[in-house]
Design a protein around this ligand. Sequence first.
Ligand code: HEM
Length: 169
Amino acid sequence: MLSTIRTFGDWLASTDLSATIQNVSWIIPTVQTVHIVSVAVVIGAVFLVDLRILGVFAPTQSLAALSHRFLTWIWYALAVLFLTGAILIIGEPGRSLLNPAFFAKIIMIVVVAVLTYLVQRPLRSDAGYWDSSNSRRLTLKAIAVASLVLWSLVVFAGRWIAYVTPISV
Ligand code: HEM
């Protein structure tokens, strides 16, 4: 498995597209900037909604309205993150593809994106869904805490890719 990833990374690095991304000086800084602005959109939206769930922010505003207003944005921002992340990988595959911080980041993104969707989806058809029983209220608070921790760890892992040595195969 790891050697297949290695072979794929070596092939990617030898493509013309990878060479262009490496050699055109403005591409990487521009793509990194777009990646970071999109991180700000995701983190801003999820923190506002999670802090509302925990009663810290805007406790009088309806969760359904806040979720509709803010969480909707994160799916667009995630698509941009995926695209810009892919460009960064193609430019320098050896830096991320076999990097434990990158593995951790992708696994956490999948888990926390599913959690975010599970909070958002029932609110579309039933604004009072999460407020209809004590067990739902408790589940929602637990998801909000997990979401705050996981999204923060995704940011840490993203930054740490630069400092963790990739696995050598
Ligand atoms: C959805 C797929 C994503 C992919 C494929 C991806 C990929 C990458 C790659 C390849 C890098 C460059 C690492 C390096 O070479 O140092 C990076 C940086 C980073 N990513 Fe992502 N990323 C994704 C989503 C996210 C998300 C959702 C977040 C946070 C909410 C995030 C936060 C960061 C941060 C903070 C950095 C460091 C930026 C810097 O130091 O310049 N990424 N990402």
